[in-house]
Design a protein around this ligand. Sequence first.
Ligand SMILES: [Zn+2]
Length: 394
Amino acid sequence: MKELLYYQNAMQQEFTATVVHTGSEPDGRQYVVLSNTAFYPTGGGQPHDTGTLNNTNVIDVEKIDDEIRHYIEGEASTFSGEVHGKLNWKRRFDHMQQHAGQHILTAAFVELFDAPTVSFHLGSEQVTIDIAVDSLSNEQLAAAEARANDIILENRPIETKWITEQQLVDYNLRKEVAVTGDIRLVIIPDFDYNGCGGTHPTSTGQVSAIKILGTEKMKGNVRVSFVCGGRVLAELAMRKTVLADVARQLSVPETEAATALTKLLASQKTTEKALVAAREELLAFEAKALASSDTHIIATAFHNRTIQELQKLARFIIAERADVIALLVSENEDKLQFVAARGTQVEASMKELAAKALPFINGKGGGSDQMVQGGGERMITCEQLLTAMQDALQ
Ligand SMILES: [Zn+2]
């Protein structure tokens, strides 16, 4: 294990090593294997490190066939002799903060509620743990978060220790370890004992802070999403920007944004209702005006009226006059739509009328002898369609 520098000293950012061999995968990815390395390979839920070997970018690190392969940009065969490795420390330290924060939050849920974590995912934006419970209340979430942040503030050491399987009984582990042989324990004294092969900072204070962001039910567990360390500040900055923008647009202080939004939405609903009522009245007036003509066929063309509006208008017209037929056509972009309705004193079938009119617009329609609607392509003008409909009544 001496060659795994991330286990000797997780805080080591640079190292020198000699090239053991180089190779390429069947898909062409080139890699370098070293005598020792501080690059952590993907494993145990923690993503791999990135960085440089000499001045070449290391873009992936994987443990394959018991060797650690450093995948680089460029030709691996140019590597030989001694090389200088340098980690992308921002990325590695972020992973260590998230990983140690996960240990702490998981242990807090166990300590307070006997609620064990069954799986963990360290994502590029958030970390999630799946907890084996049916539900977690807001109070429980707040209590676990507060306990975790207390452990951080106490700045307890985070120790690692290699033990044998036989020695396991001396430790009260949070969960059973899956590996055999030598086992690596990660210990936060009097709080958490856990088998783990990942990297962690040397004390809880370096995790800096933990903030739970949300929960969702997931296959009989509760998934808790959270962020630690630098990601807490990044989240705060993002949320600050969004909230400030919302508050500015509502012209209220940020603390009053939610209340102002509730009011705004309520007032929008009222306005919408009033608008619907006003439109209805307007249609009634329009129908009266159309019905006042002295013909028995009221034929009118419109632009951009919905079929629902045409139907309402037609109903208003025949309610106004029992002795008329209303033929209403509207042109909507490349479509023509129509409604035909008859008053109670008229005998002509609107269904038959529609059957004769629809072929002119390659259209489809439906309805009763009293009222029909239809629509199709704008192959002729509104006026031509109205003429065809009137001819069909002869
Ligand atoms: Zn760990």
